[in-house]
Write a protein that binds this ligand. Structure first.
Ligand SMILES: NC(=O)c1ccc[n+]([C@@H]2O[C@H](COP(=O)([O-])OP(=O)(O)OC[C@H]3O[C@@H](n4cnc5c(N)ncnc54)[C@H](O)[C@@H]3O)[C@@H](O)[C@H]2O)c1
Length: 321
């Protein structure tokens, strides 16, 4: 078993939603150094406010696609482990499909080439349940076919294939973690790349109405961000995960209608909902099988959805948008 304690770690996308919680989790677990590399496409300084107070935290504002930049950081900071969290959110696929696809592939390519030449030792690569596309059976285990429905998801699936093939050919120290829908504090609430929970909280707080796309009966498996962080760190520590893809989900799916109703109940909102047409190529259902995570990582989510959503909405209640 590896131990994250005492390690020098690089987190790409470390100023984003999950990445910033991961930086906090790594500092809590005793990493010697946590280096955040983020180009601030969607990352925010406020997400890493706490981490910045820690002497072990180092920030680079740069592009994780850039081989020379990443190589220099790995060398200067003597990095042993990389958690690859950088991406551009799914909705970007609708405006700039090529970039939404390529960013995932190019960052993975840079990290793999540098792993191949021994610039660091271990890559924990983050995939997404979106790589599966709509559930063909449920719960979805890691053998479920991948059938991405957006360029974002295609880029995630392509990066996963590339990462896995490098593992097979070169036997590199790599694990692939495939989270389902994350929620929690710091998720982006504003603009066209906003996630549904914070976007709905913001709309209601600002006197607007919740908005649902399609019939609202599409389902997602929501996992609280701190559970995901625990799973990511376990994927590093439990070396049995090398060469494997591991789902991180709750094993329960919730319809978007029930999710929105829960948010309305929290705010005491009883007004109308705005209905918009379904998004083209929206995934219909996602629900994780967490069997492999339990067997290999000993991982089970600790935060129930009713607890997690309250923690999340309490946080957004205090927040200025
Ligand atoms: N949020 C979810 O529900 C979810 C679900 C499954 C998988 N994931 C995966 O988890 C990871 C983190 O997702 P998130 O929700 O925190 O997204 P996020 O958008 O909040 O964070 C991604 C970060 O990457 C940064 N970034 C983008 N391009 C970059 C580049 N070229 N170089 C450096 N930094 C760059 C952004 O600025 C941002 O801070 C991603 O790999 C995502 O695919 C997320």
């Amino acid at each position: 078993m590896a131990d994250i304690k005492g390690k020098n770690v690089l987190v790409t996308g470390g100023a984003g939603f999950i990445g910033s919680h991961l930086c906090d989790g790594l500092l809590e677990k005793g990493a010697a150094k946590v280096v955040c590399l983020d180009n601030f496409f969607l990352g925010k300084m406020e997400n890493i406010e706490e981490a910045m107070k820690d002497d072990r935290f180092v920030l680079y504002r740069d592009d994780a696609r850039n081989f020379g930049v990443v190589q220099a950081i790995l060398e200067k900071e003597q990095i042993e482990v990389v958690f690859n969290m950088a991406t551009i959110a799914l909705n970007y696929s609708f405006f700039n499909p090529f970039d939404a696809y390529m960013v995932n592939v190019e960052i993975a390519n840079t990290l793999l080439e540098l792993l191949k030449v021994g610039a660091y030792k271990t890559l924990i690569h983050t995939s997404s349940s979106e790589a599966y596309g709509t559930a063909q059976y449920s719960p979805m285990d890691e053998n479920h076919p991948t059938d991405p429905t957006t360029p974002y998801a295609a880029g995630k699936a392509a990066a996963d294939l590339m990462v896995h093939s490098f593992y097979k050919v070169l036997n590199l120290d790599i694990s692939i973690v495939r989270p389902f829908n994350n929620y929690g504090p710091r998720q982006n609430a504003v603009g066209s790349l906003a996630a549904i929970i914070p976007a709905t909280a913001r709309r209601i707080k600002e006197g607007g109405m919740p908005m649902v796309e399609g019939d609202g009966e599409q389902t997602r498996d929501f996992i609280y961000v701190k559970d995901t962080v625990r799973g990511l760190i376990l994927a590093y520590e439990k070396e049995e995960s090398r060469g494997k893809i591991i789902n991180l989900g709750s094993g329960k799916d919730i319809s978007i209608n029930s999710l929105l109703q829960g948010i309305c109940d929290y705010y005491g909102y009883t007004g109308e909902w705005e209905h918009r047409p379904a998004r083209t190529s929206d995934v219909r259902n996602l629900c994780a099988s967490s069997k492999r995570a339990k067997e290999i990582l000993g991982f089970e989510p600790e935060i129930r959805f009713d607890e997690g959503i309250k923690l999340t909405l309490d946080w957004y209640k205090e927040k200025e948008f």
